[in-house]
Design a protein around this ligand. Structure first.
Ligand SMILES: Nc1ncnc2c1ncn2[C@@H]1O[C@H](COP(=O)(O)OP(=O)(O)OP(=O)(O)O)[C@@H](O)[C@H]1O
Ligand SMILES: [Mg+2]
Length: 271
């Protein structure tokens, strides 16, 4: 249930979650935050959306409340509910309501997974009045300063099956976070895995080659996250090709001819 699943980020984490900008996203996000604009982070899995929002919440000194969305997430999971106790009923705020009261950044991960009637509760919060009506208590909350709504959305994933309504999409400033350009991805892989530069360059070159197979039989392409996993395995002493097999090839495909093609690319990259 969402109330329990919501993850509360700590404002008092001493060190900033490390984030390597790939464009003007930090300044753009800061301006959106200052103006109370809701933001949609668009991008493929493992491209750095979560890391970016963790970094920005730290930089702006706001608590971060993360809500993973799924298809039975109800409005009451976001807003709250009455709980029955021995001496009567007590109201318990949901994670969205807590974020509104505390002036937190509320991050709804994979918002397209949530039901339409759940997503609609966000609408009034994205107007200039920034209100959250709580039907069950009759209250209407005005969002505290610093409150910001951020959603993530992976455009390729489940395309056709599900999409966001224009009336929802048009309430968000959209920021595209794709895989970083090669030189920057090398730095990210190095920093996160501890890998040497030459090997990190090899992994990124491999990823570039595999990414060209998109729409040629490969549904999912390797994310920065997978490269980091392969790098971390190699750093811990696993043979590099074996690390690529376990962390890159196998997660991407089960289809024998595709697996063979990916293996060939690994061999060609690390001769
Ligand atoms: N620009 C970046 N700066 C720092 N680390 C990054 C960056 N991009 C990716 N990473 C690394 O890649 C990992 C995966 O990124 P992250 O979890 O933020 O992806 P995501 O876009 O939220 O993916 P998903 O859609 O699956 O939730 C991070 O843990 C981090 O190590
Ligand atoms: Mg994420």
């Amino acid at each position: 249930m969402a109330v329990d699943e919501a993850v509360r980020g700590q404002v008092n984490v001493r060190e900033a979650p490390w984030y390597h900008p790939t464009g003007n996203e930090v300044a753009l996000f800061e301006q959106c935050h200052a103006r109370g604009l809701a933001v949609m982070l668009k991008g493929p899995t493992g491209c750095g959306k979560t890391r970016f929002i963790e970094h920005m919440a730290w930089k702006l000194g706001r608590p971060l409340i993360t809500i993973p969305c799924h298809d039975d997430l109800a409005a009451s999971d976001l807003i709250g509910r009455f709980l029955i106790q021995h001496n009567g009923t007590v109201w318990q705020d949901g994670p969205l309501t807590r974020a509104v009261r505390e002036g937190a950044i509320c991050y709804l991960d994979e918002v397209v997974e949530a039901r339409q009637d759940t997503v609609v509760v966000l609408h009034a919060l994205t107007d200039h009045r920034r209100l959250l009506p709580i039907d069950k208590t009759g209250e209407t909350l005005q969002a505290a300063p610093g409150f910001q709504l951020v959603v993530s959305y992976n455009p390729g994933y489940q395309r056709m099956l599900k999409d966001l309504k224009p009336s929802t999409r048009q309430r968000f400033v959209s920021m595209d976070l794709d895989f970083p350009p090669p030189e920057q991805e090398v730095r990210i892989v190095q920093h996160e895995s501890g890998l040497d530069e030459a090997t990190a360059k090899g992994l990124v070159a491999l990823a570039e080659r595999i990414r060209q197979l998109r729409d040629r039989g490969l549904a999912e392409v390797p994310s920065t996250r997978l490269l980091i996993a392969a790098g971390a395995l190699a750093v811990s002493g696993i043979d590099l090709r074996e690390a690529c097999q376990a962390a890159i090839v196998s997660p991407l495909s089960d289809e024998p001819s595709m697996v063979a093609a990916l293996r060939d690319l690994v061999d060609a990259t690390f001769v």
